[in-house]
Design a protein around this ligand. Sequence first.
Ligand code: ZN
Length: 191
Amino acid sequence: MELISRPGWIEVICGPMFAGKSEELIRRINRLEYAKKKTLVFKPGIDNRYSADEVVSHSNLKAKSISIKESKEILDYVDSSTFAIAVDEVQFLDKEIIYIAQRLALKGIRVILGGLDTDFRGEPFPITASLMTVAEDVLKLTAICVVCGAPATKTQRIINGKPAHYSDPIIKVGASEAYEPRCRHCHQVTK
Ligand code: ZN
């Protein structure tokens, strides 16, 4: 990454829950802000687990953000003074983000995208998967499996104390269910 000298590229930070994705995103935003590089931070309106106008990590790091419903809203905020944009929970955006990210990168903007690469069933989130293919830099973070301690690449979803069923809907933002990081071997999805 440090070898790229011409501005305008795409970075993806992905992995399961509890891998520190938001923390890494916020770390990159803070470095840019410290250098006085104008950075716009966005998050899909669907994710209000902690705060409506901030990206917040599980360790309580924060960055001011703009909530958007559709990817194209990003273009309303970007102008010639924008140095970088960052998006958290990018897997929840519409597929337009794949084109918008590339368009902005071509204009010389640094595009930083964080999100889950797979859903609770272990299947790819198509948006994140596509963004990984067009990115210059992909950081795949792992968590620690809560069952065996191995590197965790999957998000285990637990409903009423049991592994979620394969046919349970993927997107259900709310606190009544539990999620935990697990490795390939300990990840369970009932069929
Ligand atoms: Zn395990």
